[in-house]
Design a protein around this ligand. Structure first.
Ligand code: CP3
Length: 344
């Protein structure tokens, strides 16, 4: 018998409406916070920050201390998976991630077949520490990237407009693409199971590049791989909850109608007043203020917040942004957003 959860986010993930809406924001630990920039400097490189449990714990806690969010998301990155598989990954200041591209079977054969989980021990230690240090009402979230999103970085070696190199690879060399996706499905499932064992209460899967996929590739590269991950996670740890964030409007319905995941995160292009009524009222959702409305503040931000609150009232919904918070976001606007959601 499972007990009914008491934490607001877990109640929503169980399909229960909670008011005021619980709130956290994607990329809530990051450069918009001066205390993050300070710890980041101490750590040296971005990966050192991810792999030093004391510092990763500290930056995970910073937005919780400052804003009292209802969820805390493990501080790490989706690219620790290719890194642990043996690909060279660097984060270059002001340029973003750089990887040695994997474009042939030969490059690929240098990577581990099974994820060497011990290489990610610092991540699991960070979760273990957070389990002790978080306020008891705060839900601890783990995460990973979806196979297609991670594969697109592994193939191009960097972020690319519309993920053209990976899409071309999917057409020209389907066998290679399927092998890569399969390896990422297995690695990511093992990684999520281990995160749950280390203390994560739910996980979010980031398909940030879902909007680049044409219908002919979508099921093969996004929907089915994520389905395998969620099913694998739940077969191993039935209590684990999964939030699926897939960029690209129509894609959310593909996941929702296939019943893949406990909650669906809406990107900022979707109108919650239109989308939420099309879902059963026990299906949890999350989102979806435009991160640029949060930067702008004032009326655009307030109207955006109010529209979400009005659309989500009475439903199991978690307030969030429609994508990650950007470094130039004023902290005062974050405070105003939280107050408006909590005083509604
Ligand atoms: O949400 C959180 O607070 C937890 C931490 C988190 C980070 N990255 C920290 C980070 C999470 C959940 C991610 C996910 C992630 N990483 C995604 C999916 C989500 C999304 O935003 O679409 C993607 C595509 C990545 C890959 C990645 N990591 C990029 C493209 C970049 C560079 C872009 C940038 O913002 O500079 C990173 C680096 C990164 N990951 C930073 C942080 C805080 C900034 C690096 C720094 O501090 O120097």
């Amino acid at each position: 018998m499972s007990e009914r959860p008491t934490k607001a986010i877990l109640r929503v993930l169980n399909g229960e409406p909670v008011w005021p809406l619980p709130i956290w924001i994607m990329r809530q630990a990051g450069r918009y916070l001066p205390e993050y920039r300070e710890t980041r400097k101490q750590a040296g490189s971005f990966l050192d920050l991810c792999y030093t449990p004391r510092l990763a714990e500290e930056v995970t806690l910073q937005p919780i201390r400052r804003f009292g969010f209802d969820a805390s998301i493990l501080f790490s990155d989706i690219l620790v998976i290719p890194h642990a598989l043996g690909q060279d990954v660097r984060f270059v200041e002001n340029e973003g991630p750089k990887l040695d591209p994997v474009t042939s079977e030969k490059d690929f054969s240098r990577l581990a077949d099974e994820l060497p989980l011990e290489r990610l021990d610092p991540v699991f230690e960070t979760l273990d520490r957070l389990k002790q240090s978080l306020p008891q009402e705060t839900t601890l979230l783990g995460f990973c990237g979806a196979p297609w999103t991670v594969a697109s970085y592994m193939i191009a070696g960097k972020g690319t407009p519309d993920q053209a190199p990976a899409r071309l690879t999917a057409y020209r060399d389907p066998a290679f693409m399927d092998t890569l996706i399969d390896r990422l499905v297995r690695a990511s499932t093992a990684y999520l199971i281990r995160q749950i064992d280390a203390g994560a209460e739910a996980v979010q899967i980031f398909e940030s590049f879902g909007s680049a996929l044409p219908p002919a590739l979508f099921d093969r590269l996004s929907l089915n791989p994520i389905r395998r991950m969620v099913e694998g996670l739940k077969a191993a740890r039935p209590q684990a909850k999964a939030i699926v964030f897939v960029r690209g409007g129509a894609n959310l319905h593909r996941f929702a109608s296939a019943g893949i995941g406990d909650a669906f995160a809406l990107d900022w292009t979707l109108d919650p007043a239109v989308v939420l009524p099309t879902l059963p009222n026990t299906v949890a959702t999350q989102g979806n203020l435009d991160p640029l409305a949060l930067i702008a503040g004032g009326a655009p931000m307030e109207q955006g917040i109010d529209h979400i609150l009005k659309s989500a009232r009475g439903r199991p919904h978690i307030f969030n942004l429609g994508h990650g918070i950007l470094p130039e976001t004023p902290i005062a606007h974050v405070e105003q957003m939280i107050a408006r959601v909590r005083e509604a």
